[in-house]
Design a protein around this ligand. Structure first.
Ligand code: FE2
Length: 83
């Protein structure tokens, strides 16, 4: 279980860093770099988001309530839309 949480935390760090680098690429108008970063982001965040939305979030409704969990789904939708 420790490996799971370590991997999960590492996913979050990688996703954060990729988004920050993606923002920099957009600011610098470096489309090739942005395209490369988007590909990597999709490889990491896609399965991560899918796991959270299909497995983790439904289980957390009993803990945090539907309103907060719905906010988490919306957070994912917003980041996908912005990217
Ligand atoms: Fe996550």
């Amino acid at each position: 279980m420790k490996d799971f949480f370590t991997e999960f935390r590492n996913d979050h760090r990688q996703i954060r860093d990729l988004i920050m680098n993606l923002i920099r690429a957009f600011i610098q108008n470096d489309i090739l770099k942005a395209e490369k970063l988007l590909f990597i982001l999709n490889e990491i965040a896609g399965p991560h988001f899918q796991f959270e939305e299909e497995v983790l979030y439904p289980e957390l409704i009993a803990v945090y309530g539907p309103e907060y969990i719905n906010k988490l789904y919306i957070d994912h939708d917003l980041i996908i839309a912005r990217v």
